[in-house]
Design a binder for this molecule. Structure first.
Ligand SMILES: Cc1cc2nc3c(=O)[nH]c(=O)nc-3n(C[C@H](O)[C@H](O)[C@H](O)COP(=O)(O)O)c2cc1C
Length: 191
């Protein structure tokens, strides 16, 4: 099962449109996790204390771990997040704070290195931006670093469409070209 982590906000989100094209192209069943509909607990001191206690007991049955468990068990991950303020919407950061749990998505080895515990071998990151200043190290680069160094997911794909809010931009053309690119990169027998 693919886990579709949807950090898109707007009903007519262009980012979600591209992610949907990717999911249709991949053609596998997926679970849609709409972050707008989630209310994540605040990661305050009480939350961390409770979480640390449960982790120290190895008790991962508490509902606070449901996002981490879901992420760790997914066969592939698709994250869709618009480019916001040179990064991504804060709800994606809140989600990442929920899933970064030692003993579920990763663990530390005796020499202090993080080792991934996730089943997924592949993660797709779909984004769109209003302008053209979208260095890969921003937003995407952070998620890529987490995937590789924490979750043990080495195969990362970036799908992006930029310049969508530039005055006079051929928005439909840009999106259609990106969809064609998705189908050619990830369609049957093209991987
Ligand atoms: C709160 C907010 C912050 C944004 N920050 C940036 C930005 O830093 N750089 C940029 O190029 N576009 C920025 N944009 C424009 C969006 O990246 C662009 O409109 C994107 O396509 C929105 O995706 P959506 O259609 O999926 O909602 C921002 C938009 C919003 C609403």
């Amino acid at each position: 099962m693919i886990l579709f982590v949807d950090a898109c906000v707007r009903t007519q989100s262009r980012t979600r449109r591209l992610a949907q094209c990717l999911l249709d192209t991949l053609g596998a069943p997926y679970e849609h996790l709409c972050l707008s509909a989630c209310s994540f607990p605040k990661a305050d001191e009480a939350f961390l204390n409770e979480r640390d206690l449960l982790i120290s007991k190895g008790d991962f049955t508490n509902p606070m771990f449901e996002y981490a468990v879901g992420f760790s068990q997914a066969e592939e991950i698709v994250i869709a997040a618009p480019f916001w303020d040179l990064s991504f919407p804060s709800m994606l950061k809140s989600y990442l704070e929920q899933i970064n749990v030692t003993g579920i998505t990763f663990r530390y080895t005796s020499d202090g290195k993080a080792e991934g515990l996730c089943r997924a071998k592949k993660l797709y990151y779909v984004t769109t931006a209003g302008g053209d200043f979208l260095p890969d190290s921003f937003g995407f680069g952070y998620v890529e670093a987490l995937a590789k160094s924490f979750y043990g997911i080495e195969d990362i794909e970036l799908i992006k469409a930029t310049g969508l809010d530039i005055y006079g931009a051929p928005v439909e053309n840009i999106l259609t070209e990106c969809e064609k690119d998705i189908i050619s990169r990830f369609g049957p027998a093209k991987e």
